[in-house]
Design a protein around this ligand. Structure first.
Ligand code: RFL
Length: 402
């Protein structure tokens, strides 16, 4: 990079990535009139329609509301108070709201991203650059780091010299890789399991999330909107989604989600069909020099417990608030404690995700001993109030511990 490049701009914060984490950080900065720019490799239309998460924790909704970012969600999200487990041909309703007084919200990630982009770019007049190419980070260990990229329209290289870089570019971004080897620890876990992730053009088949724990493998049902429902089917990792025909998928969903008295599934056209090889990682610490990682860039939680976006938003609240405190008031406390505060929750959720993975995949392991202990674990949720409450707190993210 040529430091005297004529296209070098001076900015205070560069946010790399316009997912839930990056857009939330950007919105918090703009609300405090902090100068920032968000860089995104995809187009606005692409990020506003990319299907992913849907389950949002109540505490995250409060966090969005406090920052003026929950308008669309408050108007359109569904409120869920229970989920249902189906195993051994029976239905077990788990009423977590009755146990804890807390709820879940269901709001599709593309709608949240659409709300956040509109608020950042159109309402708070934030600078966002779509379609950028070849993003690179520089001088992260100095107090004047920089981010460079190629402008898609001109093909010219631009340099943004700044004070802080927020690395919010997800699991496949470049910010994590800008940290030299050996300077952070990256812990990884591979579940050795695949999930066929499906979106069906069909209304939900239940008023709540349904988990099918079946000897053929896990199956999940999650409402997304009145017209679209997400389903999951456990499958071998690396499986070709094209090996799963429409008929085979619906037959397997009926089998694994079947139970005495269960209503039939509302079937529909499959508008998304992809295999996720379930894996997790955590980067420690989440900070390198003036680079702060947030969301999937810093930690990935397989979608087993529906926690990834919730963690991304938790990070974004802490990072956005910490940056504002540092830039506006010179208060370093938030940024100093950022990594530690985020990682406490990240590890708590990774542990819960591993626990749930055991429940979801144990009966299909081919090991009758593991299948037996898995069903015992599940039954305990419906026979012990203490076990049920502990589970509900983690499922909802409402435990006080983190
Ligand atoms: P994102 O959403 O991946 O956004 C990162 C953005 O960065 C852009 N990007 C770059 N920009 C600039 N320069 C580069 N070099 C770049 N490289 C990439 C990308 O285009 C993108 O726009 O990360 P973020 O903000 O950390 O948010 C994380 C969440 O998206 C993720 O954790 C969730 O989707 C996970 N997840 C779920 N989380 C929940 O909390 N509840 C759920 O119900 C839930 N369901 C899911 C999920 C993830 C799934 N998949 C696809 C893995 C269901 C599924 C199927």
């Amino acid at each position: 990079m040529n430091p005297n490049s004529p296209s070098e701009e001076r900015r205070t914060v560069v946010v790399v990535g316009a997912g839930p984490a990056g857009l939330t950080v950007g919105n918090i900065l703009r609300a405090a009139a902090v100068d920032c720019v968000v860089l995104e490799t995809e187009s606005r239309q692409f990020i506003e329609t990319r299907p992913r998460a849907g389950v949002v924790e109540e505490r995250v909704v409060h966090g969005l509301r406090e920052r003026g970012l929950a308008g669309g969600l408050a108007a359109r999200a569904q409120v869920h108070s229970a989920c249902e487990f189906r195993f051994a041909d029976e239905r077990f309703r788990f009423d977590y709201a009755k146990l804890t007084g807390h709820h879940h919200y269901v709001y599709p990630q593309p709608l949240l991203v659409t709300d956040l982009v509109r608020e950042y770019a159109d309402v708070r007049d934030g600078d966002i650059r779509f379609g950028v190419r070849d993003v690179e980070l520089h001088d992260l260990e100095t107090d004047r780091p920089a981010v460079s990229y190629t402008d898609p329209a001109t093909g010219l290289r631009h340099v943004l010299r700044c004070e802080f870089v927020a690395g919010c570019d997800g699991a496949r971004g470049v910010t994590r890789d800008a940290i030299p080897d050996g300077r952070v620890r990256v812990s990884r876990q591979d579940h050795g399991v695949g999930w066929l992730a499906l979106l069906a053009e069909a209304p939900a088949s239940s008023d709540c999330v349904v988990f099918g724990v079946h000897p053929n493998g896990f199956a999940g049902h999650m409402a997304r909107s009145p017209e679209v429902t997400r389903y999951y089917l456990q499958c071998p990792p690396g499986e070709d989604p094209e090996d799963w025909s429409h008929d085979r998928i619906w037959e397997e969903l009926r089998e694994r989600l079947g139970a005495v008295g269960a209503p039939p599934l509302n079937e529909g056209r499959l508008i998304e069909k992809r295999v996720l090889d379930l894996h997790d990682y955590v980067v420690e610490p989440l900070v390198f020099g003036r680079l702060f990682l947030a969301g999937d860039a810093g930690h990935l939680t397989a979608p087993i417990a529906a926690k990834g976006m919730n963690l991304a938003l938790h990070d974004a609240f802490l990072l956005g608030d910490g940056l504002v405190a540092r830039i506006v008031k010179g208060d370093e406390t938030g940024l100093d404690g950022y990594s530690h505060a985020c990682l406490r929750r990240v590890w708590d959720y990774q542990e819960f995700s591993a626990f749930l993975a055991g429940i979801y995949h144990g009966t299909a392991s081919g090991d009758p001993f593991l299948a037996g202990t898995t069903l015992a674990r599940l039954r305990r949720l419906f026979t012990s109030r203490a076990a049920a409450t502990a589970f509900a707190e983690q499922y909802l993210g409402s435990a006080a511990a983190c």
